[in-house]
Design a protein around this ligand. Structure first.
Ligand SMILES: CC(=O)SCCNC(=O)CCNC(=O)[C@H](O)C(C)(C)COP(=O)(O)OP(=O)(O)OC[C@H]1O[C@@H](n2cnc3c(N)ncnc32)[C@H](O)[C@@H]1OP(=O)(O)O
Ligand SMILES: O=CC(=O)O
Ligand SMILES: [Mg+2]
Length: 532
């Protein structure tokens, strides 16, 4: 069904009651204004990413920019933080699904990052229903009943501060078309949320707060800042009301942290270490460098030198600018029906959070409500104040070389099998509308799945792509293992789940991603063509 605004934004997709409530004429006009004003710049910045890739392919390595030295070397700070973003010691994340929104807000975490990005498969239904869920949560009318169990859900008196992550600049929303072109998904998620909720949030003593994903440069941050200025003006709310935390989750952004904070400084709420996309970005941007081959995914941790360098630099940079530096996501989640494994998983999370807080992070992410107390206990112990922005970490020195240093390690058959199996299982879930899934007792989302497929792509192509038993990793080997792993998945899940699943499509997409010499920028781009 198609619906057309006066100005020309078309809705291409099912228009149900939720759509009528969210896609009002006024809301669509607001989104259209955003798209008309900013899409040209978005496209240019995406093109710039390609140019930067070509330079990297030619061996021009990233460095701290000469042109912005004055920003790095001068004294300035971000604007003061609002009260409800000063203590962010535990942040839970999750997709914008109704039950999870309620559970996350009730979890005891200080912040809930409601995710239209890595944890969400952007079906039209998830996109619109996500907006409905957030609208209802903000107004505290949200209610959910599980008809199978009879369990009902509503908000507790005290809930987490809500922060929303719109989709990244690279994604489009095909169900909204302007002048024949799908519009920017970032502007849709941001625009609809702002339009419906900014004033309501302010009236309730909080504000429109965002997490901004997958940026590659300070110019992309400047675009967001201009979007904020425009939106605040259009909606007649004070400049600086919007606050945004930028995920440093691309290798190139780690060379521009000061500049990113500076661009957003009236709207900044600091930086976060998006470790999973960061690993993916490292693989992606150096994909044509035969020497930059990472070991098994499980061996690349936050204590791997290039990851540790990035996390410490984030803390130092943020604190110099009076900005919070939020830590990242440990992938462990509770293990059901195995106490010993569950204890080990919790211990891994505890160790990760202890390193973060002792280094100087002001808060951290958890993927599951059961992990909130774990992270909270660690942060309460080591961080008696609301944050530790006062810990300046001037002792930290990180060179350009340390940010990109290739780590040592091995590639094992288990690691290869895991990448293939997890990659396909994740894509299959995503195609079914689930963007965050438990696989082998770990949280998997779009970022972790990207690492899996990028590693296989690289290992096939580079001479260092050799298993620790001496076997060369070839496309033929990967295809054979893929067949075997599909049989394992089928046996594990059972015939019924297999038959109603989309495993053939997922396996075909995975094969295409690793077969194509042209590295696909994001798996969600071809994936989106298969999504309703
Ligand atoms: C790389 C990055 O970008 S990280 C950030 C993006 N990723 C995420 O946000 C992942 C968030 N986590 C999740 O989605 C889930 O925890 C998963 C998919 C990993 C595991 O989910 P499940 O196996 O269903 O968890 P489990 O069965 O243990 O859940 C128990 C309860 O906790 C709830 N729950 C689990 N995780 C969350 C969460 N993150 N937020 C809110 N509620 C949650 C479940 O809804 C369930 O509720 P119920 O008992 O009322 O039915
Ligand atoms: O978004 C977070 C990440 O680790 O990626
Ligand atoms: Mg990410």
């Amino acid at each position: 069904m198609r619906q057309k605004t006066k100005q020309g934004l078309q809705v291409v997709g099912l228009v149900d009651q939720s759509c009528h409530e969210i896609l009002t004429t006024e809301a669509l006009a607001f989104v259209e204004g955003l798209c008309r004003t900013f899409n040209g710049r978005r496209e240019k910045l995406l093109h710039r990413r390609q140019v930067r890739q070509e330079e990297l392919d030619q061996g021009i390595l990233p460095t701290f920019l000469d042109s912005t030295k004055h920003i790095r070397e001068s004294e300035w700070t971000i604007a003061p933080l609002p009260k409800d973003l000063q203590d962010r010691r535990v942040e839970i994340t999750g997709p914008v699904e109704r039950k999870m929104v309620i559970n996350a807000l009730n979890s005891g975490a200080h912040v809930f990052m409601a995710d239209f990005e890595d944890a969400n498969a952007p079906t039209w239904e998830n996109t619109i229903q996500g907006q409905v869920n957030l609208r209802d949560a903000i107004r505290r009318t949200i209610y959910y009943e599980n008809t199978k169990t009879g369990k009902s859900y509503q908000l507790n008196e005290n809930t987490a501060t809500l922060v929303v992550r719109p989709r990244g600049w690279h994604l489009e929303e095909k169900h909204l078309v302007l002048d024949g072109q799908p519009v920017s998904a970032s502007l849709v998620d941001f625009g609809l949320y702002m339009f419906h909720n900014a004033k309501e949030l302010i009236s309730r003593g909080t504000g429109p707060y965002f997490y901004l994903p997958k940026m590659e440069s300070h110019l992309e941050a400047r675009l967001w800042n201009d979007v904020f200025i425009y939106a605040q003006k259009q909606l007649a709310i004070p400049k600086g009301t919007i606050k945004a935390t930028v995920l440093i989750e691309t290798i190139l952004a780690s060379f521009e942290m000061d500049e990113i904070l500076f661009e957003l400084k009236d709207h900044s709420a600091g930086l976060n270490c998006g470790r999973w996309d960061y690993i993916f970005s490292y693989l992606k941007r150096f994909r044509n460098h035969p020497d930059v081959v990472l070991p098994d995914r499980s061996q690349v941790t936050m204590t791997t030198p290039f990851m540790r360098a990035y996390s410490l630099l984030t803390i130092k940079t943020c604190h110099k600018r009076e900005a919070p530096a939020i830590g990242g996501m440990a992938a462990q989640i509770p293990v059901k029906n195995d106490e010993e494994k569950n204890r080990e998983a919790f211990e891994k999370v505890r160790i990760d959070k202890e390193r973060e807080v002792r280094d100087g992070h002001d808060g951290t992410w958890v993927a599951h409500p059961a992990l909130v107390p774990v992270a909270k206990e660690v942060f309460n112990h080591y961080m008696p104040t609301p944050n530790q922005i006062g810990k300046k970490r001037e002792d930290v020195e990180v060179s350009a070389w340390e940010l990109i240093e290739v780590p040592a390690g091995s590639i094992t058959e288990d690691g290869l099998r895991m990448n293939i199996s997890v990659g396909i299982q994740y894509i299959e879930s995503w195609l079914n509308g689930n963007g965050a899934v438990p696989i082998r007792n770990l949280m998997e989302d779009a970022a972790t799945a990207e690492i899996s497929r990028a590693q296989v792509w690289q290992w096939i192509r580079h001479p260092k792509g050799v298993l620790d038993n001496g076997t060369d990793i070839t496309l033929e080997l990967v295809k054979r293992i893929q067949e075997e792993e599909l049989e394992v998945i089928r046996a594990e899940l059972g015939e019924e789940r297999w038959e109603r699943g989309r495993f053939d499509e997922a396996a075909n997409l995975f094969t295409k991603l690793i077969e194509d010499d042209e590295f696909e920028e994001f798996l969600t781009l071809p994936g989106y063509q298969l999504l309703n």
